[in-house]
Write a protein that binds this ligand. Structure first.
Ligand code: ADP
Length: 851
């Protein structure tokens, strides 16, 4: 292809007949192929052909191809465009069909049709030169004035468009670099022209004629653009681009169509948004990002998915409380009163919270530790968090973290994803609308981990006072200052909180309540709350303390007060039905005497409470107040769920009561053992963890090595306890996995009872880890365990001596009810567990019989 040599198209060309669209040399067109002849051409020529020549076809415009290949070929348009098939895309469904991408090369004229089937082929004559455009000077000279005029208009048109758009810049470049003779075809395919006009240009084989036909089209386009720009407000040049890339707007039409109006409205919205951004108090960095985004938004057509995305983003940025905060009104005395009023007991927690608030009042910054309340469910952790917000006069927001296993939940998704959104922290800030709320991170111990990253790691940044002034949510992509937010966390156990997170927080244990505390909480807080919720008054229902105690001991077994609250709710519901029924009867019978007005009072609840004092006698049916005694309790809640089973279960040797700690509070745990003939095997059941299994082996080993000392024998009287004997140890509540070393002393006691055939005292519970040499080591969760023993009505508790200090945390009334035995070795445990001790003494009878 040397410079100046003309490139020739083949003299025989297969013909593609198109009905819609006119392909001009130098432009590209996509056309669909579905008629039989055209399909044949694609199949046998384009798909099978291997040379470049085979991809050159003749495109004949304005000629519809017959739908059946038997039909005669219609008369063909005389002039066509030789084209290069650049791409063939096919699909077979719902019917076979191809789409062809063709680029026009040059004009040709049909000389003679050579064949019609399976697709038409014609002998053609090339009309345009197809050259490497190197002979610019020559063409300029030839065309002279006409070409100059055309060029001027073309430049004017392109300059009206937005040069920052790459396609426009490229067009400008082409104008300067292409030979002028190529320009009419190219520009006609860019500007808005009808098919008929394009056909005219195609038919204009002489260059001069082509210029003449194209110039009015260019002028028309320029005028149209001018008109449109005039009708729009004088705005940024960006709009030119919007004009240019809107394909279906009739530029030459009257400007104020409804479409335009809609766009105006949208534009107004965007302007409003920009105003909001400028007036909002966001950080400098955020402002910069927002202004950049709004600039992009203005240039973007609304149909683009990114438009909505960007807009949502900007709206969120405007809504976020960058600088908006509530004023703290902190008065320690008032805070103490409020905390005391809202919550009974929990002295330690309230004390620490007040200390925390006092330091805040003096120092006025939050760079203290993050408080984390750890305790069983229903002990008021969330509710204390809410009270803290109330005392500070701050907004409160709870973020439930249970089950969260994706770090995007905390940090948000990057905006590149469809459906991306900010994380929970930023969302929470948007919800409360201020930048200094109290955020309660609920259940931090239940954070999960998954392939989507570790949410706990994301929380680290949020909770670190040194870092959180520039917390960057992935969605926002700019830093947000979280340093004013007061974070409080809650958890059921510290065991599953990731260590790094634990390190950032100050743990405050919130143990379960004693029965007395629960009674007080019920009467001071829960019952009044339930009465109010059910529209009842104390004149209508009375729950004496003994009944509350019954509910606590026989219908609930929990460390907190949540199910107690539910049971009280159930009672209130049942009473509400009775009261409503009673009122109905009352109103019916009284109607004649009392009259309509009073009847209304009975029905509306608000009026009811107010009218109690003056119309009490009338409003209350005779049996009021309904007294909830044990029978009523049975009627409403059904038979008691928990009975005191302790003494029953300890009626045979081989059973001992241990104390266990669970995230739901302390529990008492029966350990059962039995022996049978066998080969010295130990069977353990009840879903035990490895540590617990080891404790069982330790216990057996210790007992075997001390069997002689304690005169423990197997069934056949041998001191080798496992000789011909199998032992089975079971920990009931088999569905719950148990682990931990603290059952050691209980297993020893249980086995000692089995082998000595003596009963363990029925009011003793114990906890403690053992060593092989018979020492008792300290364990955790003493307070919860003691409360559980107290709930179960046990009287004596054996704990490791080194746990003695933990008893100070236990309420005095509970301590008074219980006797504590401090044990530092297993001898002491056994002595305390059995009536009359478990002293080392010879078994007189057996010794006698041997003699
Ligand atoms: P948690 O967050 O520990 O699971 P909640 O804070 O949800 O428990 O408490 C459950 C219910 O018990 C709440 O209605 C709360 O008001 C009530 N409650 C718990 N402890 C107390 C208390 N000491 N005084 C008054 N109400 C309490």
């Amino acid at each position: 292809m040397t410079a100046g040599s003309a490139i020739q198209i083949p003299s025989r060309l297969p013909l593609l007949l198109t009905h819609e669209g006119v392909l001009l040399p130098g432009s590209t067109m996509r056309t669909s192929v579905d008629s039989p002849r055209n399909m044949q051409l694609v199949r046998s020529r384009l798909l099978k052909g291997t040379s470049l020549r085979s991809t050159i076809i003749g495109v004949i415009p304005n000629t519809s191809d017959p739908t059946s290949d038997c039909d005669d070929l219609p008369s063909l348009h005389r002039i066509g465009t030789a084209a290069l098939a650049v791409q063939v895309v096919g699909s077979n469904w719902p019917k076979p069909r191809y789409t062809l991408l063709v680029t026009g090369l040059c004009r040709f004229q049909i000389l003679q049709l050579l064949k019609e089937k399976p697709y038409p082929v014609a002998e053609v004559e090339q009309l345009d030169r197809l050259e490497q455009f190197t002979n610019q000077h020559k063409s300029e000279e030839e065309l002279g004035e006409l070409s100059e005029q055309f060029y001027k208009y073309a430049v004017q048109l392109v300059e009206m468009l937005d040069m920052s758009v790459p396609a426009v810049a490229k067009l400008r470049h082409l104008l300067d670099n292409l030979p002028r003779e190529a320009l009419p075809d190219i520009l006609t395919s860019i500007i808005r022209t009808s098919n008929q006009e394009k056909l005219q240009i195609l038919d204009a084989v002489r260059l001069e004629e082509r210029f003449k036909v194209t110039i009015p089209l260019l002028v028309r386009q320029i005028e149209g653009l001018k008109l449109l720009q005039k009708t729009r407000k004088p705005k940024q040049d960006d709009d030119k681009r919007v004009v240019a890339i809107r394909p279906n707007r009739r530029i030459s039409h009257i400007p104020s169509t409804t479409e335009d109006e809609e766009e105006e409205e949208d534009h107004d919205d965007v302007v409003m948004l920009e105003k909001k951004i400028r007036t909002s108090s966001m950080s400098e960095q955020a402002l910069k990002v927002c202004l950049k985004e709004i600039k992009r938004l203005k240039k973007m057509p609304q149909s683009m998915p990114e438009y909505a995305l960007t807009r949502n983003y900007l709206e969120l940025m405007v809504e976020l409380p960058w600088n908006k905060s509530t004023k703290d009104r902190l008065e320690i005395r008032a805070a103490r009163i409020l905390l005391d009023n809202d919550h009974y007991a929990m002295e330690k927690l309230k004390k620490r919270v007040l200390e925390y608030l006092a330091v805040r009042q003096l120092k006025n910054n939050l760079k203290g530790p993050i408080l984390c309340f750890v305790g069983p469910p229903g002990v008021g952790k969330t509710s204390v968090g809410r009270s803290i917000a109330k005392t500070l006069g701050r907004e409160f927001h709870r973020i439930a973290l249970g089950g969260v296993c994706d770090q995007s939940d905390i940090r948000g998704h990057r905006r590149t994803y469809v459906g991306s959104m900010p994380g929970r922290i930023i969302n929470g800030l948007k919800t409360v609308g201020v930048n200094n709320p109290v955020f309660l991170l609920d259940e931090v111990d239940k954070l999960g981990k998954s392939l989507q990253g570790d949410p706990a790691a994301a929380l680290l940044e949020v909770l670190d006072p040194e870092q959180n002034h520039s917390f960057t949510d992935h969605y926002l992509n700019v830093a947000f200052d979280l340093s004013q937010v007061l974070f409080i966390a809650t958890a059921n156990t510290t065991a599953t909180i990731p260590p790094a997170l634990l390190d950032r927080m100050e743990i405050i244990q919130v143990p379960g309540y004693t029965q007395e505390e629960k009674i007080e909480i019920a009467h001071r807080h829960l019952i009044p709350k339930q009465l109010e919720q059910h529209g009842l008054t104390p004149q209508q229902i009375q729950i004496p303390q003994v009944t509350t105690l019954d509910i606590i001991t026989r219908y609930t077994r929990e460390a907190g007060v949540r199910s107690l609250d539910r049971k009280l709710g159930a009672i209130c519901r049942a009473v509400a039905v009775k009261v409503a029924e009673g009122q109905h009867k009352e109103t019916k019978s009284d109607r004649a005497e009392v009259g309509e007005e009073d009847c209304k009072e009975h029905v509306t609840e608000d009026a009811k409470t107010e009218s109690i004092s003056d119309t009490a006698d009338l409003a209350l049916p005779p049996e009021m107040p309904i007294l909830i005694d044990f029978h009523a309790l049975k009627d409403i809640l059904g038979p008691p769920m928990y009975e005191k089973e302790v003494s029953e279960r300890l009626s045979q040797p081989g059973v001992a009561i241990g104390l266990a700690w669970t995230p739901l509070g302390g529990e008492i745990m029966f350990v059962e053992a039995s022996r049978m003939d066998g080969e010295g095997q130990l069977t353990l059941t009840g879903q035990l963890g490895d540590v617990m299994k080891e404790s069982a082996h330790l216990a057996i080993s210790w007992l075997r090595s001390n069997a002689k000392r304690y005169q423990l024998t197997n069934a056949s009287g041998s001191f080798d306890l496992l000789d011909n004997t199998d032992i089975h140890l079971h920990f009931p509540a088999g569905a719950v996995t148990k682990d931990g070393p603290s059952a050691g002393v209980t297993i020893v006691t249980c086995l000692a009872s089995l082998f000595s055939e003596r009963l363990v005292c029925s009011d003793v519970a114990m906890t403690g880890e053992i060593t092989l040499r018979g020492l008792v080591l300290p364990v955790g969760g003493i307070k919860d365990k003691v409360l559980a023993a107290h709930r179960a009505g046990l009287k004596r508790i054996i704990i490791p001596r080194r746990n003695e200090k933990d008893l100070e945390e236990i309420a005095v009334n509970v301590r008074q009810d219980l006797t504590f035995v401090m044990a530092s070795c297993l001898d002491e445990v056994l002595n305390a567990a059995f009536d009359g001790g478990f002293a080392v003494k010879p078994r007189v009878e057996r010794v006698n019989s041997k003699l």
